[in-house]
Design a protein around this ligand. Structure first.
Ligand SMILES: Cc1cc2nc3c(=O)[nH]c(=O)nc-3n(C[C@H](O)[C@H](O)[C@H](O)COP(=O)(O)OP(=O)(O)OC[C@H]3O[C@@H](n4cnc5c(N)ncnc54)[C@H](O)[C@@H]3O)c2cc1C
Length: 419
């Protein structure tokens, strides 16, 4: 089989990349053993936020002090499998160090903002071209809720950084919040509404629709696993897969949390880890009790989103690698939170899911040419912001493949920053 470009991975990063390349007239083969938007991908089960304001990494200053409390709390947002600790410790220390000072946090936020700015509009444009404009609501806005103004003020630094980047954040207090979110537990008395943000209404269907759009051009999906590369004179000659070789001069590694072994073969040892997350989704229509605007609930560290398919509660960070079986008790925690947050919602029947956020320790993806094989491009490690950043990430990966000038400075996303 021959291609102009092979894209490895059909999650949201891979399909956005494939669409951009196919729209440039290139013959694309998208390799993934699973279907695009299938349950194997983080892109299926995320919280669907197009949160262009999600610019600060989870490791804000002082977060490390909360880690022991979170680990002890049976309903806590963080868990760590002890057997995995020795392997993950260096990554964890880098992760906690990445946001340990205000200056570091501000730098990461400024870098991520270049990737996320305008994201809802970019998604709306791609969805319209793919014939599924109804899957993106670029004007929904998103809301963060707190038990009190004091709880909000404890996170003031993150909000100050956002405002300093020009992001509008509207405060909503007391009964005004209850009017905006009538089904939300009255324990929550303070909210911040971010009007520029948007949301996807079905992340799995969005991936599938983008692949279908790429296929109407010159792309095809090969149900196979990429296993490595064949290079000649330092240049890519082919991508090796479980179904044979794809002869091609260019490839994009977009296999999410599974990208590190391929990146290593292409010359870069990169600190990629899985931050495993869970969701529960109560399936049903728009009459289900739930949020009017999707909410991030600060103290519980969960997002509750209203999707076309129902109401989803997503969250948790479980550090246990990519191979360990899901711990479904973590999903039950999501169910408990959802029931407490929206008391009118019957959570007894809910679909459960676990997936892998592909995370670099500094919360920023790697979007860069590979160091060892010319023609290979990295586009992975999008962590907590893979959906929202995917529309621009796909454009950037395509620009690197074709030699166009990247639309933003890619130095903050270089593979070499970890050397
Ligand atoms: C609970 C949760 C909530 C989240 N909420 C949000 C949110 O609201 N907003 C947001 O922006 N982000 C969110 N995220 C993060 C977001 O989902 C991810 O960053 C994003 O989906 C990553 O996309 P990806 O394409 O890189 O990886 P994936 O979606 O995981 O796709 C990778 C694909 O690569 C394939 N693959 C793996 N190995 C190979 C191989 N060797 N050969 C070929 N194919 C291979 C896999 O089968 C898979 O289909 C959330 C994540 C989780 C877990």
């Amino acid at each position: 089989m021959k291609a102009d470009v092979t894209v490895i991975g059909a999650g949201i990063i891979g399909v956005q990349t494939a669409v951009q390349l196919a729209e440039r007239g290139l013959k694309v083969v998208l390799v993934d053993p699973g279907p695009s938007g299938g349950q194997q991908a983080a892109s299926y089960g995320n919280a669907a936020w197009l949160s262009s304001h999600s610019v600060t990494p989870p490791s804000a200053p002082g977060v490390w002090k909360q880690v022991p409390k979170w680990l002890r709390d049976p309903l806590g947002p963080l868990s760590l499998r002890p057997a995995y600790l020795p392997r993950v410790l260096p990554w964890l220390l880098r992760y906690l160090a990445a946001g340990s000072t205000e200056a570091k946090l501000r730098q990461i936020a400024a870098d991520l903002r270049t990737l996320l700015a305008d994201a809802p509009r970019l998604h709306a444009e791609v969805a319209a071209r793919a014939g599924v404009p109804g899957l993106i609501d670029a004007e929904s806005g998103l809301m963060h809720v707190y038990r009190s103004r004091a709880a909000y003020e404890a996170e003031a630094l993150g909000w100050r950084i956002r405002r300093d980047l020009g992001i509008e954040c509207q405060e909503i207090e007391g009964d005004a919040l209850a009017l905006r979110q009538p089904d939300l537990s009255r324990d929550y008395r303070f909210g911040v509404f971010v009007p520029e943000a948007g949301q996807c209404l079905d992340p799995g269907a969005y991936c599938a629709a983008l692949l279908a759009h790429a296929v109407t051009m010159r792309a095809r999906h090969l149900a196979a696993r990429a296993t490595g590369f064949r290079a000649e004179g330092g240049k890519l000659a082919g991508v090796l897969t479980s179904q044979g070789e794809i002869a091609c001069p260019a490839a994009v590694i977009a296999s999410g949390a599974h990208s590190a072994p391929l990146a290593k073969q292409a010359g870069d040892r990169l600190p990629l880890e899985s931050e495993r997350g869970y969701h529960v989704t109560v399936e049903g229509g728009s009459n289900l009790p739930g949020p009017t605007t999707s909410v991030m609930v600060s103290d519980r560290k969960v997002v509750v989103s209203r999707l076309a398919t129902g109401v989803r509660c997503a969250g948790q960070v479980e550090i246990a690698g990519t191979d360990a079986a899901p711990d479904w008790r973590r999903a039950e925690i999501m169910r408990t939170h959802l029931g407490a947050l929206f008391p009118g919602l019957d959570v007894s029947e809910a679909q459960v899911w676990m997936g892998h956020r592909p995370s670099m320790p500094d919360g920023k993806p790697v979007i860069a040419p590979a160091g060892g094989i010319s023609g290979v491009v990295h586009c992975f490690g999008h962590g907590h912001v893979g959906l929202v950043s995917s529309a621009r990430s796909g454009r950037l990966a395509a620009q690197l493949v074709t030699g166009e000038a990247p639309e933003i400075d890619l130095a903050p996303f270089a593979a070499t920053r970890f050397r």
